[in-house]
Write a protein that binds this ligand. Structure first.
Ligand SMILES: Nc1nc2c(c(=O)[nH]1)N[C@H]1C(S)=C(S)[C@@H](COP(=O)(O)OP(=O)(O)OC[C@H]3O[C@@H](n4cnc5c(=O)[nH]c(N)nc54)[C@H](O)[C@@H]3O)O[C@H]1N2
Ligand SMILES: Nc1nc2c(c(=O)[nH]1)N[C@H]1C(S)=C(S)[C@@H](COP(=O)(O)OP(=O)(O)OC[C@H]3O[C@@H](n4cnc5c(=O)[nH]c(N)nc54)[C@H](O)[C@@H]3O)O[C@H]1N2
Ligand code: SF4
Ligand SMILES: [Mo]
Length: 762
């Protein structure tokens, strides 16, 4: 096969979305043959991890869908035309809306690690159907953090890791999971530099922990005691920045009192740490205001998830490491992920939050507009009149990724109507009444809203590498056709806007602003932009049209920062210039440059950080009871259900042949436990939890502490072999997890803390 030229795009296997250059074969024009880092990408600058070279397993595989499917009475699928699928899907959703109300249709997904444009286009369809409740994977990891961020700081943050003195990595293994830009280089550089300190909290000796100056090898689930010990030590040794605290924060009295009272040595001991190591960490943190912190699943999917996020924010606010060079900064990109929107929190006199939106059946707290993932089946499997009746799922595989797969499957089967939009046949598409096949991320315009850098806010609009797989359609078009089938706009109603768009962005901007005053246009703006501005965009970038609105919004409050990034103009013209730069630039651009300490850092009333959070301060008072989910004789082990390894990528790649390592699917087990339970290296064992059991391949690994075991995430999917038999590789973890194991505040699952036992198999 001869090859075509290198084209810029991004790797979609984790949310770092590194810029890549990809080469497609000339013969078929469909195979991504070669991949290399794109040095022109402003933030990844050529960096790649080992996974990017394998994206063709995502692009081309035997599970790709190439026709809409409709379920027959007997449960099998039959192919139908797009016209039929669109007409029938729209009619059935409309019937449910008209009979039960649109709020009974639940929307799940909208984007994965590499694709968020589809979810943007769904906005108009959601409006047209009156959909009110929705969720996605963020509501099983980041909503506790988002709840704290909104109430304390008014937004989410990012550490200035490139310039920090102390880097704190809490419950994350960036060496394997990346997620931040150039993670391996960054971790290695900080670890090696004698002037800088890398602190890692992780029960396991991870690749990142091996690079650390201080590895706080906490006992699983005890991070809050460890962090309280550090904060207590800082308070009791006069290492907090009290002047900064009184100038920049409110509500700090109770927490400062609580920290004075921490029994530091006892808490360190309960966390399984030597007092000396905790003091070393505290002294490093107390010696600088250049502190960068990253928390991830190790603590977010463990007991005290939300409290841990609260304490992490205290680590960088009580030390004055906020809005300083080398410290922590509010993210201020084109799109604010997990932004709360709407009014400020309503609190009672004790600072307890009241009056927020909750789910219709169980009253679970909704954060950032997202229903807790662990509540979804409870909102369906009930006779309650307000239960969800139908689901629209796109770009997600919840039947595989959410806790207690069996129960969720039962719930989804109980719904009246289910539609899934995906590129591949998955555990979730199987349950659909209609499956709509999307073009892949390398066959259409695509973008993500994840990358968050400071001070440079970055955005990458990717162009397609190849033609869409015949039979597939991009989400923008799928959603637009559904909106049309629902008859939202009359034919010709948008003609004036279309003509304005043909005359150019300036005329379009002048025409759409008054049109936005009309609620119908405003509520369906993603559709309106796609059908009016979309067709006039160069390179066939119609699906990028909603970005025009995001650009205009970004410049209204960040004009100076946008100009600092080299975009010229005032008002609408500046927004137009920014949008044009995004469309023209194939490797991504800096959309705006913030300054240390500019107004975007201070979003709370009176520019003061709220340090007192009533629920969390109450929970802190319970820590002296040393409560953790109990391990029992029946379940003496703790399973980390979902460790990121060198060949895992959620469920983006289904073909197991993409994995190069020997035992990518094995259960990491400490040799002491293997002896205790009669297991051998490379032998098999039965893994049992309260909800299920699985056969596992045992791998002896000194780096997991005794009493804990660990399995990789994103495995256990079925995939057809050469004889078209569907087999599974590795363990389908969420057949072992339980929705009851969750954070009391926002329902985050305790996937890193699953009680289990192992039995030898003869
Ligand atoms: N290779 C790869 N990279 C990925 C992904 C992937 O599937 N594969 N997925 C992406 C996604 S969606 C996400 S959200 C991120 C997640 O990225 P990470 O959060 O880094 O991923 P995990 O490996 O699940 O968990 C991190 C660490 O938590 C530790 N841990 C377990 N229990 C505890 C505890 O009680 N306390 C502490 N402090 N740590 C604990 C584990 O030992 C593990 O090293 O990765 C992204 N990157
Ligand atoms: N037990 C356990 N469970 C976990 C985790 C864990 O650590 N342990 N980790 C959790 C985490 S952090 C996350 S983020 C979730 C991830 O879980 P999900 O949010 O469900 O996402 P993915 O597994 O990434 O699945 C993405 C789906 O999108 C499809 N897709 C890919 N490209 C496109 C496209 O262009 N268009 C459309 N329409 N579809 C596309 C893929 O085929 C796939 O079916 O898993 C979670 N589940
Ligand atoms: S860090 Fe993430 S985006 Fe970058 S190459 Fe690796 S998997 Fe792909
Ligand atoms: Mo995630």
């Amino acid at each position: 096969m001869t090859a075509t030229e290198w084209k810029p795009t991004a790797c979609n296997l984790c949310y770092a979305n590194c810029g890549i250059l990809a080469r497609v074969d000339e013969e078929t024009g469909r195979v991504i043959e070669k991949v290399k880092g794109d040095r022109a990408h402003p933030v990844s600058r050529g960096y790649l991890c080992n996974k990017a070279s394998r994206i063709n397993y995502y692009q081309n595989n035997r599970d790709r869908l190439n026709t809409p499917l409709r379920k027959r009475q007997d449960g099998t699928f039959e192919p139908v035309s797009w016209d039929t699928a669109i007409r029938e899907v729209a009619a059935r959703f409309a019937a449910i809306r008209d009979r039960h109300g649109g709020e009974k249709i639940f929307y799940y997904g909208g984007g994965g690690q590499g694709n968020h444009l589809g979810g943007t286009h769904a906005l108009a369809l959601r409006s047209a159907l009156g959909i009110r409740y929705r969720s996605n994977a963020l509501a099983q990891e980041k909503t506790g953090l988002a709840w704290m961020n909104t109430r304390m700081l008014g937004g989410s943050w990012h550490g200035d890791f490139h310039r920090c003195d102390v880097a704190i990595i809490v419950g994350k293994n960036p060496w394997q999971s990346n997620g931040m830009q150039r993670a391996r280089v960054l971790m290695r550089d900080i670890g090696k530099d004698p002037q800088r300190t890398l602190i890692v909290l992780d029960p396991r000796v991870t690749e990142t922990a091996e690079l650390a100056d201080i590895h706080l090898q906490v006992r699983p689930g005890t991070d809050v005691w460890c962090i309280m010990a550090i904060l207590g030590y800082l308070a009791q040794h006069d290492l907090l920045d009290l002047e900064w605290i009184s100038e920049h924060t409110v509500g700090n009295e109770r927490i400062l009192d609580q920290l004075q009272a921490v029994p530091v040595a006892d808490y360190a001991e309960f966390a399984g740490l030597s007092l000396e190591l905790v003091e070393r960490a505290a002294n490093a943190i107390g010696s600088t205001r250049k502190i960068a912190l990253y928390e991830d699943l190790g603590v977010e999917m463990s007991p005290y998830s939300t409290l841990c996020s609260y304490l992490n924010i205290l680590l960088f606010t009580l030390t004055g490491a906020f809005a300083t060079e080398g410290g922590m900064h509010l993210v201020n990109g084109l799109v604010q992920m997990l932004a709360e929107g709407g009014s400020a929190p309503v609190a009672d006199e004790n600072g307890h939050e009241i009056g927020r939106r909750v789910t219709p059946v169980t009253g679970a707290r909704i954060v950032s507009g997202l229903t807790p993932c662990n509540s979804i089946s409870e909102e369906i499997l009930t006779e309650h009149p307000d239960r969800f009746r139908a689901m629209l799922i796109e770009s997600a595989n919840p039947i595989h990724s959410l806790a207690d797969a069996k129960r969720l499957r039962e719930a989804v089967e109980a719904l009246e109507f289910v539609v899934v939009i995906d590129v591949a046949m998955t555990e979730t598409t199987e349950l659909a009444d209609y499956v709509l096949p999307a073009s892949s991320q390398y066959e259409k315009f695509e973008a993500t809203f994840f990358p968050s850098e400071f001070p440079d806010n970055f955005f990458h609009l990717r162009r397609p590498l190849m033609e869409p797989l015949p039979g597939t359609m991009e989400e923008a078009e799928i959603h637009a056709r559904l909106v049309e089938a629902l008859g939202v706009f009359d034919p010709g109603e948008l003609d004036e806007l279309k003509r304005a768009a043909e005359r150019g962005l300036d005329d379009f901007a002048q025409a759409i602003l008054p049109a936005m005053a009309e609620t119908k246009v405003a509520r369906h703006i993603s559709y309106v932009l796609y059908r009016t501005l979309g067709p006039t965009l160069p390179y066939g970038a119609a699906a990028a049209a909603p970005l025009w609105g995001l650009c205009q919004r970004h410049v209204t409050s960040n004009a100076d920062a946008v100009r600092a990034a080299g975009h010229d103009g005032e008002g609408l013209a500046l927004g137009n210039a920014l949008f044009q730069a995004i469309v023209e630039n194939e490797s991504g651009i800096i959309v705006s440059k913030n300054r240390v300490g500019d107004h975007t850092q201070w979003r709370m009333p009176d520019r003061r950080i709220q340090l007192g959070i009533g629920e969390m301060n109450d929970e802190i008072d319970t820590l002296s009871d040393y409560r953790l989910p109990e391990r029992t004789d029946e379940f003496p082990l703790l399973l980390c259900a979902g460790e990121r390894r060198s060949y895992t990528a959620n469920t983006i790649i289904r073909d197991p042949r993409w994995m190069k390592s020997n035992n990518p699917a094995s259960l990491a087990t400490n040799p002491a436990d293997a002896r205790k339970y009669g297991l051998t290296d490379a032998g098999r064992a039965r893994l049992v939890t309260r909800r299920g059991e699985a056969t596992v391949l045992v791998e002896l690994d000194e780096r997991v502490p005794a009493g804990t075991i660990s399995l990789p995430n994103g495995l256990g999917m079925h995939y057809p072999d050469a004889n078209d038999e569907r087999n599974r590789t590795g363990v389908y973890l969420n057949e072992l997890t339980d929705i009851e194991d969750r954070d009391p505040w926002v329902g985050t699952p305790y996937h890193k803390h699953v009680r289990a036992r192992l039995e030898a198999i003869a």
